[in-house]
Design a protein around this ligand. Sequence first.
Ligand code: ATP
Length: 270
Amino acid sequence: MMQAQLAQQAPAGSAAPLLEVRDVSVVFGGIIALNGVSFDMQKGHILGLIGPNGAGKTTLFNCLSRLYQPSKGDILLEGASILKRPAHKISEIGIGRTFQNVALFPNLSVLDNVRVGTHARTNSDIISDSLKLPWVRKGEAAINKRVHEILGYLDLHDVAHTIVAGLPFGTQKRVELARALAAQPKILLLDEPAGGLNHEEVYILGDLIRRIRDDHGVTVLLVEHHMGLVMSIADHVVALNFGRKLAEGTPVQVQNDPDVIKAYLGSKDS
Ligand code: ATP
């Protein structure tokens, strides 16, 4: 028994992964969107998930954020399967996400959108909330403090009371990041964050993602077509093609992998 437990521990000198994707497959009708994909995410890393169109990136992202249920395999966060958690509960276990086309409450202010993100980390209930019991007031003060810190951190104080719908797309993306951070995630899943941004905005975004990792200790998984962004900020890159893992390693290793080069040359992304 003891031996079996020891065998499961990480070898000396290497930390146990924060997230483990184990032999994950997803089948839609007759289409195999993911075919036995496995990889680990180390705590504090930025992991770039790349691949040509149709490679399976979004499908995997949706498994991690619990929108899709794998047909086979498992996904473990700190050693525990996340697959029994419904999508609306993932922020409670420390998984935060942003959406490709931004999914904020358009008619609420920036402040209120970010405040929504703190919901996963509060343990008050409707009765104590409505009675404004002392621990609720204390909790609210702590939430307000955190929300204002995050707004300041992401340079959103000036627009805190602005309705989100009227803001430029790049600012809305920052609001989404703020909302995700408000839930104090262990892992932040970013779905094509560079989409729709200009060259300078992509550069600023890369810097911001790195700062979020460094300052908040958040591990980041980035699904992205923008190779410049992935290669400049990722610690580790996983490349998919036709639902299978094609290569993984450092950005330089993956960029120089002959199979990866071949896959991109044969795709519209190249
Ligand atoms: P892109 O870069 O174009 O977004 P991707 O790498 O994210 O591509 P996926 O969207 O995960 O790739 O698609 C992987 C495969 O699964 C593709 O063949 C796609 O057509 C198929 N697929 C994805 N979602 C569904 C679905 N809901 N129903 C049926 N097939 C799907």
